[in-house]
Design a protein around this ligand. Structure first.
Ligand SMILES: Nc1ncnc2c1ncn2[C@@H]1O[C@H](COP(=O)(O)OP(=O)(O)OP(=O)(O)O)[C@@H](O)[C@H]1O
Length: 246
């Protein structure tokens, strides 16, 4: 088997006396989707924050393509191709898809040799190309993203990540706030990321989504790894048992 994109080895993280993570290991390969399941307080958010540079771990190692890494900030993790999409999506509602892709990294061009101006053409082209790569159709690329549905907004956030060459996408409950048709679209998006060779980690409480798209399911319970299963070798009942214990 090829070297994993991401290898989390024996990671522990404590908040005062709380063992948020205790000796947790998991890996992620290119073109693979790993679901993180667990009850409230199981440590799912702490694990994705440890991987994405928000939290420093107290013990253990995180390796990216075989090399141990420590990130001082989420920006450093992003620079290494790890993008995290939280539930709020971090979009600027009044701006277009293109402007959201370039939020904080706006491209400039020289206008007639004078001061640089925003390169709106490049932004519009990037928006078009990115949504095409995701096979996601929106009627009006120039519309503010507030005009879009929840699933479309999720696509914009994913588009931004892949435009900037994310190798690993981490998604926190990507379907939680969506109706069923929109959930399906987001699941299709995750499948297309997998086909593009990205590694995807997603947190979900929804067993239907997990079984629809995950290659492996990592279950956390009270900070420990309660188990890891392939969907075709387990059942929803077993995953729930691992989540709640007993
Ligand atoms: N910044 C923090 N300070 C103190 N304790 C924290 C902090 N973040 C998480 N914890 C604790 O660590 C444990 C794991 O929390 P975490 O948020 O990772 O769980 P989770 O599986 O993501 O839960 P949920 O599904 O409710 O989001 C919990 O006991 C939580 O109270």
């Amino acid at each position: 088997m090829t070297e994993p994109l991401l290898d989390v080895r024996g990671v522990s993280k404590y908040f005062g006396g709380v063992h948020a993570l205790e000796d947790v290991s998991m890996d992620l390969h290119a073109g693979e989707v790993v679901a993180l399941a667990g009850d409230n307080g199981a440590g799912k958010s702490t694990l994705i924050k440890a991987i994405s540079g928000v939290h420093k771990v107290d013990r253990g190692d995180i390796l990216l393509e075989g090399k141990p890494v420590t990130y001082e900030s989420p920006q450093q993790a992003r620079d290494h191709g790890i993008e995290t999409i939280y539930q709020d999506l971090a979009l600027a509602d009044n701006l277009s898809i293109g402007a959201n892709i370039f939020l904080g990294r706006e491209p400039k061009r020289k206008a007639f040799g004078f001061l640089p101006v925003l390169d709106r053409g490049l932004m519009a082209d990037a928006a078009k190309e990115t949504m095409r790569r995701l096979d996601f159709h929106v009627d009006r690329l120039s519309a503010p993203v507030s005009a879009f549905s929840g699933g479309q907004r999720q696509a914009v956030a994913i588009g931004r990540a892949i435009y900037w060459n994310a190798k690993i996408l981490i998604m926190d409950e990507p379907t939680a706030a969506l109706g069923v048709p929109e959930q399906r679209k987001v699941i299709a998006l995750i499948k297309s990321l997998k086909e593009q060779g990205k590694g995807v980690i997603f947190i979900s409480h929804n067993l239907g989504d997990i079984f629809a798209v995950a290659d492996r399911i990592v279950v956390l319970r009270r900070g420990i790894k309660a188990g890891e299963r392939k969907p075709d070798e387990t059942t929803g009942d077993e995953i729930v048992r691992l989540m709640v214990g007993g």
